[in-house]
Design a protein around this ligand. Structure first.
Ligand SMILES: Cc1cc2nc3c(=O)[nH]c(=O)nc-3n(C[C@H](O)[C@H](O)[C@H](O)COP(=O)(O)OP(=O)(O)OC[C@H]3O[C@@H](n4cnc5c(N)ncnc54)[C@H](O)[C@@H]3O)c2cc1C
Length: 471
């Protein structure tokens, strides 16, 4: 008997560690998901994202049961939960499992947890552990600048090397396996938890408690969960939007992007699966889209090799930036009440739906850091609290890019003018009017009762950066 420990790989189709494990155990693999209170009490915890995650788990359990398998929920953190589970299995003469599998995670917290659990499983319980790559096509340890293991800090050479590796036989084989996994669909399971092992209430309780923190309207408009929903959305993107992506991806009023980030975050689909389904190659017409997926891999590599970016500016000289950090202005930014129509539209879209268009994410992040002179970490945390796709590596990367503190960032002296950004990317004000109802029929790109004056703040920002650079 084997156990697959689900974490953020919430799908059955083409799940690498699960697939291999099922083959070895001839279908006798049971699923476990373990809630972790330490994770749930993180300051960037998000009720909307957690709710979407719970619904995805609910979907996964149904799919597993339909395929002859089962998913058990545990609730006391992995260490205590697995100890109790194995003790119960032995007490009930069910016997200890012989192997446990999971897909690797690259966030600092998860890496520490997994190293500890690996030790416990192997040393204390003598289980064989099997781990696989899933979230990234090319893992951080596989792509280095040179033979000494140097790492890239600039996206363009990173993406060049990434695309070169993509065409090697090793990765081609990997992609063939992904293609086979997609074709073979949901695998068969030949094991169920006995009735005495129940975690039924755990999921239901979390769902109920989390739903209480959300509005019925928010819940009603949540995207569909699960792998099939992700694939259907991707197919729709391929049919209707992919050809125009290079231009439409910057226009927030049109549905020009794939919305895959929400599914990638929870592992309902993986980057290799998207590459396979869209037949992306370095010569394909969808190269721009392909390169966005490589940005995601880039930020994961940066976080893996420089875990300090979770709390510190990548460019350490900018740790001394003298942010103004006005609480009053931060609150107005969060509420979408800055007086700058495009900024307010973006923040209101985020608050109402848990999503914001990429171009607008760049505009509001630039506005918070370079117009309001507020520490990017405040905005990064607020995004994590609200975004359904909130994901440490790309969120930190996006914020540090906009604030000019990151690796390969926007140069510090490039400061978005919110009015010209609005004129360029929402010329007819369709996006603004959708999210700022008081401007319907009388929209403008110009600020109305703005909380700060862009030209004044721009000069202050340049001076703030120059002081930090001179230190
Ligand atoms: C300040 C800021 C914060 C961000 N926070 C997050 C976050 O928490 N989670 C997250 O997934 N993305 C984040 N991004 C990146 C980007 O905005 C989203 O990935 C994108 O908007 C998701 O929409 P989509 O799936 O329709 O993208 P598409 O345009 O369809 O792109 C396809 C996929 O490529 C990847 N991708 C696209 N753009 C980027 C990018 N700039 N950086 C890294 N990967 C990218 C995503 O995985 C995305 O799903 C952030 C960007 C900024 C500027």
């Amino acid at each position: 008997m084997g156990i697959h420990w689900f974490r953020r790989d919430l799908r059955l189709v083409g799940n690498p560690a699960l697939e291999k494990h099922l083959k070895i155990r001839e279908g006798r693999v049971l699923g476990v998901f373990c809630f972790d209170k330490k994770f749930l009490s993180r300051p960037d915890f998000s009720a909307p994202r957690f709710y979407f995650f719970l619904r995805t788990l609910e979907h996964l359990r149904k799919e597993m049961r339909d395929a002859g398998g089962d998913l058990l929920f545990l609730d006391t953190g992995p260490e205590e939960s697995f100890r109790k589970l194995f003790a119960q299995m032995e007490n009930e003469k069910w016997g200890r499992p012989v192997s446990i599998s999971w897909n690797r995670d690259y966030e600092p917290y998860a890496r520490t947890r997994d190293a500890r659990m690996h030790e416990i499983f192997e040393r204390e319980f003598e289980l064989t552990t099997r781990t696989e790559r899933d979230h990234l096509l090319i893992e951080p340890t596989e792509l280095t600048k040179d033979e000494k293991g140097g790492t890239y800090q600039v996206y363009t050479p990173f993406s060049r090397k990434w695309l070169k590796l993509f065409q090697t036989p090793e990765i081609e084989n990997r992609m063939d396996a992904v293609s086979r996994g997609l074709k073979s669909g949901v695998p068969e399971f030949h094991a169920k938890w006995p009735k005495t092992f129940t975690g039924e209430d755990i999921l239901a309780n979390y769902l109920e408690k989390t739903a209480d923190q959300l509005t019925p309207k928010f819940i009603e408009h949540l995207p569909e969960t699960g792998h099939e929903a992700a694939v259907a959305l991707l197919k729709d993107f391929e049919k209707h939007h992919a050809d125009a992506y290079d231009v439409a991806r910057d226009i927030p009023s049109v549905p020009g992007t794939s919305k895959m980030s929400i599914y990638l975050k929870h592992g309902a689909i993986s980057v290799p699966q998207i590459i396979c389904l869209l037949k992306l190659t370095p010569d394909s017409k969808h190269l721009k889209y392909f390169k966005e997926l490589i940005w995601r891999e880039f930020y994961y590599h940066i976080l893996y090799h420089h875990p300090r970016v979770e709390t510190e500016a990548f460019l350490l000289k900018y740790e001394s930036l003298e942010w103004e950090n006005s609480r009053k202005n931060f609150k107005l930014w969060c509420e979408g009440k800055t007086g700058y129509p495009i900024v307010d539209a973006g923040m209101r879209q985020l608050n109402e739906t848990g999503w914001m268009h990429n171009r607008v994410r760049m505009i509001v992040a630039s506005f918070l850091t370079k117009d309001l002179l507020i520490d990017y970490r405040w905005g990064e945390k607020y995004f994590m609290e609200k975004l359904l796709d909130g994901d440490l590596a790309p969120n930190n990367g996006g914020w540090q890019w906009a604030a000019s503190t990151g690796c390969d960032p926007q140069p510090y002296f490039r400061i978005f003018n919110p009015v010209s950004q609005s004129e360029k990317f929402d010329p007819r004000g369709e996006y603004i009017q959708k999210w700022v109802p008081e401007l319907r029929g009388k929209f403008t790109h110009e600020p109305i009762n703005p909380i700060v004056v862009h030209s004044v703040q721009r000069d202050k920002c340049l001076a703030m950066f120059k002081r930090a650079r001179a230190n």
